[in-house]
Each structure stands twice: as C-alpha cells, then as structure tokens.
Design a protein around this ligand. Structure first.
Ligand SMILES: [Zn+2]
Length: 278
C-alpha cells in the first residue's frame, strides 16, 4: 500500500486468544458472541497485526507481537499461534539488522514481546540496529506496574532494550520519519501511542488498542482491560469521526479478519468498508 512516497504493509506477527468478556467490557455475551464467536474456554481469536513502513529511507516496524520467548503454560493460556514476525519480514527481503526504528504503541506483551529474543540463553534485542520508540510515561509505568496490569508487563520484553541503550523515549507527539507521526492517545493505558501515516494526500491511522477490532467501533464496546475507560470513550468520539470524515484508512491492531478499512458513518452507526492491504 502506497501513500505517496511512503509505503506500508500489514504483517501478522501471530494470533492469540483472550477472554471474550474481558475484550468487550460491559457488552453482554449475547451481543458480542455474534461478532466474535468464543471457543470452549470463552476465548476469542485476535490477530497481532504489525506494520512495516518504508519512509524517508528508513525501515520502520510498528508492534512486534508476542514474540517466541514464552513458555508452554503461557502459550496455552493465550493460545499463541501463527507466523513469526522475523519470517514475515523475510518475505519482504528484510533482515532484522535492517530495521531502523521499532515503535511500540505500548508495552503490553502482545505489542512488544518480539522486541527481544533468546540467543544462547541470553535475551537480546531482535533488531540490533534499531532504536525502539515508546512514550516515556508508558515506559515508566511498565517499569513500575500496578497489581492489576503486572501480568502483561514482562521485563524480558523491554529491560534488555533499556540495558542495550536502545530506547528512544518520547514525551510529546512526534514526527519520527517523513509522514510518520506518533500521537499520544490515553485510555487503554495513560500514554498509549497511535500512529498516523500520511503521503500523496492520503492518510492511514493505526488505532492500536483504542479500537483494537472492528466490533470496538461501537461507543460502549470498550475493553475491560482499559485503565481509563471513560478516556477511551472520549478519544473514540474524537478519532473515529475524524478517520471516517477524512476518508483515512483505519488500521486495527487485533482484528483477525479486517486489518484495514474505510469507515462510513450511517445514521449514527459506523460501518466498515474493508481495504485490501498486503
Ligand atoms: Zn493489544
């Protein structure tokens, strides 16, 4: 997919499953199970969608998935499955050494687990020549999580990056390469980032976990995981209409069927028109 001089691809860095009730917060199962059928353990299937962006002569990776450091128990709880991001990159002729920038919208395990990998019993950065960009507030929270979200902040996913001096922590919204803007959008966490891509008069917008899947376009469809659900609601009311009216391409971090779509507002409801991206 090209936006002027900027090029991007959606790469699946694996699949996993989460409790359907937790994924849809206050929405009753009788409603969400029609859109996301649960398995026998009440889990629904999510993709971990990453972006490969080529802009301003840089190879940029957004989100690294859950990675492959996890043990069997973890793999079973979350039904982790599917391709490895490094293999997907290979399909584009790209070696891990050639990635210049890695962006983590936040540091939950399903967004940054692939930041690192195990080589000879040591956890090392998967992308040795990249700087890893994350919001400073999110990084500080990951280093000092609370009792409610500790399980998702796995030190091996980010401490080795810190030790290697490869983090680039941002405090304000930032254009990090030509046409690639990081925007702080709180709600899911206090300092989550969304990614806006622009070029050739066109725009794409990665919702990250503001709107993880297309069913979450409905205002009340907010994850039980969100630390600040009312802020999520506020930001959905700000960004969804903006994406729809601007005819931007909406990108969904976790939708297993529709990674990209145009949004159409009809009679107060938001509908999707899937966009084919490779
Ligand atoms: Zn997520």
């Amino acid at each position: 997919m090209k936006l002027g001089a900027l090029e991007f691809h959606v790469l699946v860095s694996g699949y996993f499953s989460l409790d359907g009730g937790a994924m849809f917060g206050v929405i009753p199962k009788t409603m969400w199970e029609k859109k996301a059928p649960p398995d026998s353990r009440n889990r629904i299937k999510l993709a971990m969608n990453s972006l490969l962006i080529r802009a301003g002569g840089k190879n940029i990776l957004v989100e690294t998935g859950a990675g492959d450091k996890v043990n069997e128990k973890f793999r079973d709880i979350y039904a982790l499955d599917g391709p490895r991001l490094v293999d997907e990159l290979q399909n584009y002729g790209l070696h891990p050494e050639e990635v210049d920038i890695v962006i983590n919208t936040h540091l939950h395990f399903d967004h940054c687990g692939g930041n690192t990998r195990i080589v000879k019993d040591k956890v090392v950065p998967t992308y040795p020549n990249a700087r890893y960009v994350v919001h400073k507030g999110e990084y500080e929270h990951a280093m000092n999580p609370n009792d409610r979200d500790r399980a998702t902040y796995i030190p091996d996913n980010f401490l080795p990056i810190e030790k290697a001096g490869k983090f680039s922590l941002i405090e304000d919204d930032r254009v990090i390469a030509s046409g690639v803007e990081l925007i702080r959008v709180p709600g899911h966490t206090a300092d989550m980032l969304c990614v806006k891509l622009q070029g050739g008069g066109k725009t794409a917008f990665l919702f990250a976990d503001l709107v993880p899947m297309t069913p979450h376009l409905g205002p009340a469809w907010i994850m039980g995981y969100d630390l600040y659900p009312m802020t999520t609601l506020e930001n959905k009311k700000k960004w969804i209409p903006e994406v729809a009216r601007g005819e931007w391409i909406a990108l969904f971090s976790h939708d297993p069927d529709i990674p990209a779509a145009y949004l159409r507002e009809r009679e107060g409801k938001v509908e999707t028109e899937p966009v084919k991206v490779d």
